[in-house]
Write a protein that binds this ligand. Sequence first.
Ligand code: PLP
Ligand code: COI
Length: 361
Amino acid sequence: MSLTFERTLNPAPATAEERAAILAKPAFGSVFTDHMAVIDYSEEKGWHSARIVPYGPIQLDPSACVLHYGQEIFEGLKAYKNANGEVGVFRPEANAERLRKSADRLMMADLPEELFIQAVKELVEVESEWIPTGDGESLYLRPFMIATEAFLGIRPAKTFSFYVIASPAGNYFGGELRPVKIWVERAYARAGRGGTGSAKCGGNYAASLKPQVLAAEKGCDQVLYLDPLNDNAIEELGGMNVFLVVDGNTLVTPALSGSILEGITRSSILTLARERGLTVEERKVTIDEYRELAASGRLSEVFACGTAAVITPIGALYDGDEVIGSPDAPAGEVTLALREQLLGIQTGAVEDTHGWVTRIK
Ligand code: PLP
Ligand code: COI
């Protein structure tokens, strides 16, 4: 299914100078481009009214379901510009598929993959001047769907809107790449057994804000959540998956448990690691095993990964008063090699043998 996107160009876009100043030093998620893509859904019309419009406030009825019951899902993916000025988006089909899974869990309208990709392409095409090209920089795309029906009864909404907005992005953690500090969260959970942990919905992130603030007060960058069954197993960070490198040649990541988000970066790394001849294990990893591996010196590297974070080295875990690992551990060999290869594929510097990059123009 495809729709024709009607284009209304922004009458007052950023000037070339304003844009250049932003692109010279992109942060993460604070500046947005001049336009957004929108598609509406109703039971009668299905997906309709596809359009590119000036970026700006959304008008909603105060009783819209999203404002009361959190019926909202989102995605994150990136567009890169290669050395020849060609623009590509990394694995949009995978994001489209995950959005469909999230929509199913949250009882929202099913957005066909083709429409998701069309919306992304239309927006990136209009905003191609907004893509920064420094190391690790990109145009971060944030597709999201909200329940717009004005109704306070508790049942799935009947009308939805899907949007894609775009933001020039540098390092998620700010500044140069550095090892991040991780707080091991023992009091709070972001997701429970049978909950929405494997869906990408706003509510999961709302639940993560308090532990994130408490962790930041202790000097940590991200929170590591443990499994909801209290098995002392590590799951994922508030916005990233986690990998351990053991003995320099084995890549270990927590198995998908139902409460972990299946990261597209995670799955890309698993593929690349297997091709590099590393042993790959998706399995349960307890904090006790982590501590023993670190103490014995077998835990050679740890890193976080996600669209926003790409691959970011993890320095130490802070578990109460205990510090596991070294806060200043430099990024390891495997971490840096995988980061270079993944970013290389994304930016066009390394051959894309998997067909992961969708060329826009
Ligand atoms: N886990 C969580 C909770 C996330 O928010 C993200 C980011 O999107 C990830 C993992 C990594 O997913 P991806 O690699 O698809 O960005
Ligand atoms: C992403 O990586 O796309 C996310 O949604 C996670 C968040 C840390 C921005």
